[in-house]
Write a protein that binds this ligand. Structure first.
Ligand code: FUB
Length: 363
């Protein structure tokens, strides 16, 4: 992440207000002022699911008939903003759950803290979770002690945690934003990657190059990654591969297709037998999707799921629950600050041809 600014012009209206419902422990950590910028005249499509803590990057799943949300836990640590996203300096995870959309939301408390991950350096970013082998797996990106993002895994017998982290990162893992998808045949795949602060530009052919650069406008855009998981869910079986995202003419996107090419925040779901790979376009702030016939793709671009939200980042997940589809996402309604976000949910609708009806974050 970089270019830290408000792209919504309405946020120019500045209102100094006290943070709403920020809990005491979070307030204690805050070294910057607790004043914020709000956009009072804007009507948001939906409201934050919780306001006792800041939450972002919601990965939703249905476990035991209940919706569990695995978000980042945004914290005001006072870390200065920079192009690498250092201000997203998260220390732990809290898992949320609810028995219905619109129902009471439970915060299960601290599920995993960075101090309990032996190899971790800093910045617990967007996690995901899966159920297999009679337990729950929490997958998370965090910078190691050399400041390189790797993926970790932690386990629990309960979907709400607490989770116990493995002592080493997943071998061969890198970059950010893991999402774990279970295919019809029971195989699990991890999709991952994020450019800019997510460091994906430093990885070519699965080799690290600290000098790795972003692509020029006419160069092929950097591609997201996939790896099949072992049966024990704690390692990759085989090589990390690139996923091809194609335009409607069957061509790979170039970097200048920045409103459609992959940036970060992958998600995978199935609808009527097709595989829907969705992702954020980052600096152009869309959540887009592309459709394929198998977990590895290729995936053909199909449109925008979610238009830009209030805040710089856009990140989502999609689940089916009791016959309806739901889109989980975040914005900065509560804080007005790009690194202090709040998760939300809204219904998602498909057209007859399998295309998704675009969601506008504002009414
Ligand atoms: O929360 C930190 C980062 O911001 C995530 O990893 C990205 O997807 C973006 O939402």
């Amino acid at each position: 992440m970089r270019k830290i600014y408000w792209y919504n012009s309405f946020t120019a209206a500045v209102f100094a207000v006290t943070i709403i419902g920020c809990n005491q422990s979070e307030t204690n950590k805050t070294t910057e002022t607790d004043t914020t910028i709000l956009a009072p005249q804007k009507s948001y499509l939906s409201q934050p699911l919780v306001s006792n803590i800041y939450t972002a990057d919601p990965s939703a799943h249905v476990f035991n008939g209940r919706i569990y949300i695995y978000p980042s836990h945004d914290t005001a640590t006072g870390t200065p903003e920079n192009d690498n996203g250092d201000h997203f300096n998260m220390m732990d995870y809290h898992i949320l759950s609810m028995d219905s959309v619109g129902g009471k939301v439970t915060d299960h408390g601290v599920a995993l803290h960075i101090k309990d991950i032996p190899w971790a350096g800093r910045q617990l970013w967007a996690p995901d979770a899966a159920y297999a082998n009679d337990r729950y797996y929490l997958y998370f990106p965090v910078k190691d002690k050399q400041d390189i993002f790797r993926m970790g895994v932690a386990t629990s017998l309960k979907p709400g945690g607490p989770f116990v982290a493995e002592k080493e990162p997943i071998k061969g893992s890198y970059s950010i934003d893991p999402t774990v998808f279970k295919d019809k045949d029971g195989s699990f795949y991890m999709y991952f990657g994020g450019i800019w602060g997510g460091q994906l530009q430093r990885w070519n052919n699965n080799k690290y190059d600290s000098a790795g650069k972003l692509r020029q406008a006419n160069e092929q855009a950097i591609l997201p990654r996939i790896a099949k998981l072992n049966k024990d869910m704690k390692g990759f079986s085989g090589e990390v591969k690139e996923i091809q995202l194609l335009d409607k003419n069957g061509q790979l996107f170039t970097e200048k297709d920045s409103d459609k090419r992959f940036f970060e925040a992958a998600w995978m779901h199935q609808y009527k037998g097709k595989y829907y790979f969705s992702y954020s376009t980052g600096d152009t702030h869309n959540i887009c999707y592309a459709i394929g016939d198998n977990p590895y793709g290729p995936f053909t671009y199909a449109g925008i799921i979610l238009k830009p939200v209030d805040g710089w980042t856009n990140h989502h997940s999609i689940i089916e629950f009791k016959g309806k589809w739901f889109l989980f996402y975040h914005d900065v309604q509560l804080s007005g600050k790009t690194h202090l976000r709040n998760v939300k949910v809204t219904e998602l609708n498909y057209n007859e041809d399998g295309s998704i009806q675009t969601v506008e974050a504002f009414e």
